[in-house]
Design a protein around this ligand. Structure first.
Ligand code: NAD
Length: 254
């Protein structure tokens, strides 16, 4: 696919990696509908787009809410009738150990709601978006389409992230599953597993944990969002790439 022919939906477009991918797509001449809970930042993104060759529309979206996802897809195809790309980027962290003792010696358990919220946003959200986007694109006979799922280096397990790691491992499994299921309809489905990346999500990681993880990165630093975009650009341009996840992690394995 050529960058300038991309008509994309990007979830979690208001911040970090999603914001970078949205702006870089518009810079390359693509049209993008950005979805996010944070409507004010989406408005800023639309303003930043003025003067770029492409176009950005911002629409409220809660990926964890089925009604919101369906309304968003309807509105997105009203803005751009031939959307051919979905970037499942929206994601959250709500870290906590499975069981631990607090300072007073009381046993604390990871609350079920904390487990569920991360699975709802990171995994069920991506499922709802992929299903509704695929149905809408197939219904409109869009010839070739692409879904890119944003995974994580911690998908194979990381202390304090049983919810997050499980959500990303599940997402990788569905990258492969959807690639196989949707290939007959002309879809490619791929993933990117970033390592630590310089975005606001890291404000949820303690400075000590961040320093400890950064020390384990062979390249000696965390990534910039633009470096995740570079993998995205490769996936867009390589028409033979499907069913796999690209690690962009400076060589780190947590
Ligand atoms: P970020 O917090 O900067 O951006 C995430 C965006 O998602 C925010 O704008 C937020 O409002 C939005 N969002 C959250 N819940 C939502 C919902 N229910 N519906 C719609 N939008 C929602 O984070 P980021 O670092 O840019 O993360 C983007 C993706 O990259 C996530 O999937 C994250 O898991 C993944 N990732 C990030 C890192 C990192 O170190 N930054 C590493 C590996 C993977």
């Amino acid at each position: 696919m050529k960058l300038e022919n991309i008509r994309a939906i990007v979830t979690g477009a208001a911040s970090g990696i999603g914001r970078c991918i949205t702006l870089e797509l518009a810079r390359a001449g693509a049209q993008v509908v950005g979805g996010d809970l944070d409507v004010d930042s989406l408005k800023e993104l639309e303003t930043e787009n003025v003067g770029l060759p492409g176009k950005i529309y911002g629409i409220h979206l809660d990926v964890a809410n089925e009604t919101s996802v369906k309304d968003f897809i309807t509105q997105a195809f009203e803005k751009i009738e031939d959307i051919n790309t979905l970037v499942n980027n929206a994601g959250i962290l709500r870290d906590g150990l499975l069981v631990t003792r607090d300072e007073e010696g009381w046993l604390r358990k990871l609350p079920t709601a904390q487990w569920k919220r991360v699975i709802d946003v990171n995994l069920t959200g991506a499922f709802l978006m992929a299903r509704e986007f695929a149905a809408a694109a197939i219904e409109r006979n869009i010839a070739s389409s692409l879904i890119v799922n944003i995974s994580s280096v911690t998908r194979s397990g990381n202390p304090g992230q049983s919810n997050y790691s499980a959500s990303k491992a599940g997402l990788d499994a569905d990258t492969r599953t959807w690639a196989l299921e949707l290939a007959p309809f002309g879809f490619r489905v791929a993933g990117i597993a970033p390592g630590l990346t310089n975005t606001p999500i890291l404000s949820r990681v303690s400075p000590e944990a961040l320093a400890q993880m950064t020390a384990q990165i062979p390249l000696g630093r965390i990534a910039e969002p633009y470096e995740i975009w570079q993998a995205m650009r490769f996936i867009i341009e390589c028409d033979y790439f499907t069913g796999s996840v690209i690690d962009v992690d400076g060589g780190a394995r947590f």
